[in-house]
Write a protein of this length. Structure first.
Length: 277
């Protein structure tokens, strides 16, 4: 098992960190003495957040390899931890989803993870040390109608992370996949929380991410008992499992979606994706 990452003085880079999970994670790493560099598509908000936290804030578009490389180049020490956290979650029927939004979900949620990981791996492998945390979602394992592309992107992140972890075995570089349940951030605005996805706070995810630097596990679910649920669910007959999920999870987003409450978030995603051009 690789040694724990000594966080005091360690360089940590986090994407999508001007708000939500990323912001909470940056605060948690700073509290442990790490040198934290946060990136966000909103460069001004990233700088403001960094001033509040006590770290470095930089604009980064994870859809661009050049932008991601510039962000990582600003890290003025060997990078010990990369947290691929940037993500978007438009909600609604797949058939109504603008092509630009579909492309953006895949490009941010999946390709952003691939880009960042490929950029940091050479240095980490050369040093024989490093840790990559990919923030996926429990919806990568538990489907939810109304979030089809999002679920697909997170399912892909889980598969990529597990395969890469095996590929890197014995190198000193590790990959952990974090599976948050429903998190109280603007991603879930207008979505009725609960059901078979318990609600947690960004600070819960942040604590789990920081903790992975100690044992460097393959997968961490938040809350942890969700992994036990999946194991139990595998024993249920398909018809019974389908009925339970159908009532409590699969149709929950579409049945309860408040488009008015969600409009500010969805408008921002559409604008950033270029769907309004």
């Amino acid at each position: 098992m690789p040694n724990p990452i000594a966080l005091s003085g360690a360089a940590v880079a986090i994407t999508g960190a001007a708000r939500g999970i990323g912001y909470a994670t940056a605060k948690a790493f700073v509290a442990r003495g790490a040198r934290v560099f946060i990136g966000d598509l909103d460069a001004d908000l990233a700088k403001t957040a960094a001033e509040e936290i006590g770290c470095v804030g930089i604009g980064v578009d994870v859809r661009s390899r050049e932008s991601f490389a510039d962000f990582l180049a600003a890290v003025d020490a060997p990078l010990q931890v990369l947290v691929n956290n940037a993500g978007i979650m438009p909600a609604g029927r797949f058939v109504d989803e603008h092509d630009a939004v579909t492309d953006a979900i895949v490009d941010v949620n999946l390709n952003g993870v691939l880009r960042g990981t490929k950029l940091v791996l050479p240095g980490m492998l050369e040093r024989g040390s490093g840790h990559i945390v990919n923030v996926a979602s429990y919806l990568g394992e538990l489907p939810a109608a109304g979030l089809a592309t999002y679920c697909a992107s997170k399912h892909a992140v889980i598969g990529f992370s597990e395969a890469l972890r095996d590929e890197l075995a014995g190198t000193g570089v590790t990959v952990t996949t974090v599976l948050p349940s429903a998190v109280r951030t603007d991603l879930v605005s207008g979505v009725k929380l609960g059901g078979m996805l318990p609600t947690v706070d960004p600070e819960d995810i942040a604590a789990a991410i920081v903790a992975t630097c100690r044992d460097r596990p393959a997968i961490v679910a938040v809350p942890s008992w969700m992994r036990s649920y999946e194991a139990a669910a595998a024993l249920l007959p398909d018809r019974l499992l389908g009925a339970i999920r159908g009532r409590l999870t699969r149709q929950r987003v579409l049945r309860t979606l408040d488009t008015r409450a969600r409009s500010a978030y969805d408008d921002r995603v559409r604008r950033d994706a270029g769907a309004d051009r």
